[in-house]
Design a protein around this ligand. Structure first.
Ligand code: NAP
Length: 321
């Protein structure tokens, strides 16, 4: 099977990925750019000359990040937009602010995310991780679609995770109403939804020039682990007793590289519905001999699953046209 791969090493940084790439005149939106790999994603896009909207829920935090990015990249086109993905009403408001500021969007990075949260529901009644990680981004992307279509060619990147392996979409109980809540299954389901979203978006809009790919960025210590206790992190082998990180963890600069590759590489022009990791196309996981780090479960790229999730998501978020 032929897969696409960057000529760079799997642990290259996002800044290495944009070397030689000119994004001047292009507009990018990065959700969750107030911390972690979203910041490094925005930094690389700004370095390549793009105008970047940092779509964040905490604008004070976002403004500090934007000021540092303007200073370090020399690109003054870092702008903060308020966006909370946890509520559909807030997504509608945030999308309106983005559309007011950008008639055309060339790159949309659906990066914001939460992981392993305690059981809860969004104000709209959805399980918190599915509601925030998937439905918030689904609605945002659909609302921004006129600006993506206006860009003529636009790329969307959906941050998934190797955590998708934990759960397919449980169609008859997405919100854990009839089964005990498991925060890792809920994260896994939401990350499978992110991967299927890339397939569904490309099915629906690919012929009109808007494509999406899913990315597993690798393991990176960021704000994402805040709901995972130190004891759990040690038990899972993420850290040792003295706080030493397992060497499989990437830096945030390395963690942003596959996202930035998906968003900018000429190698991926016009391509969508892929699952990317370590600067290459991922391969289906061998059920007999699963690699602990690399590979995706086929259900996360299944076209029928993707079409079903698209239709369901549309119904769940309600009218947006
Ligand atoms: N780090 C990893 O090992 C890893 C592995 C696989 C996949 N990923 C994925 O990579 C993405 C980025 O994660 P990260 O590691 O950079 O984590 P992070 O540092 O926690 O960043 C996540 C960002 O999402 C934002 N966010 C959370 N809830 C939001 C909401 N309701 N509305 C708007 N923004 C919200 C956070 O905002 P605040 O700053 O306000 O909290 C933060 O800026 C996530 O989608 C994650 O699932 C990460």
């Amino acid at each position: 099977m032929t897969t696409i791969a960057s000529p760079l090493a799997p642990r290259a940084t996002a800044l290495e990925v944009v070397q030689g790439i000119d994004l001047s005149g292009k507009t990018a939106v990065v959700t969750g750019a107030s911390s972690g790999i979203g910041v490094e994603t925005a930094r690389a896009l700004l370095t390549a000359g793009a105008s970047v909207m940092l779509a964040v829920r905490d604008t004070q935090k976002g403004e500090k990040v934007a000021a540092e990015l303007r200073e370090s990249t020399g690109n003054q086109e870092a702008r903060v937009i308020q966006l909370d993905l946890g509520s559909l009403a807030q997504v509608r408001e945030g999308a309106g602010r983005i559309l007011d500021a950008a008639p055309a969007i060339h790159i949309l990075i659906n990066n914001a995310g939460i992981m392993a949260t305690p059981q809860g529901q969004t104000p709209d009644g959805f399980e918190t991780q599915f509601g925030t990680n998937h439905l918030g981004h689904f609605l945002l992307t659909e609302l921004l679609m006129p600006a993506l279509l206006a860009a003529a060619l636009a790329r969307v990147v959906a941050l998934s995770s190797s955590g998708h392996r934990r759960s397919d979409i449980v169609w008859d109980d997405i919100n854990f109403e009839g089964r005990p809540y498991d925060r890792w299954d809920a994260y896994g389901q939401s990350k499978t939804a992110n991967a299927l979203f890339a397939v569904g978006l490309t099915q629906k809009y690919g012929a009109r020039g808007v494509t999406a790919n899913a990315v597993h960025p690798g393991g990176i210590m960021t704000g994402l682990q805040k709901h995972v206790s130190l004891e759990e992190q040690r038990a899972m082998g993420w850290q040792d007793e003295s706080g030493g990180l397992n060497p499989v963890f990437k830096t945030t600069e390395e963690g942003a590289s596959t996202t930035v590759w998906a968003a900018t590489s000429p190698q991926l022009e016009g391509m969508g519905g892929l699952f990317l990791e370590d600067l290459q196309e991922s391969t289906p996981l061998d059920p007999q001999n699963p690699d602990p780090m690399f590979g995706h479960k086929p259900y996360a790229r299944d076209p029928g699953n993707a079409a079903r999730l698209w239709a369901l998501s549309k119904e769940l978020v309600g009218d947006y046209r």
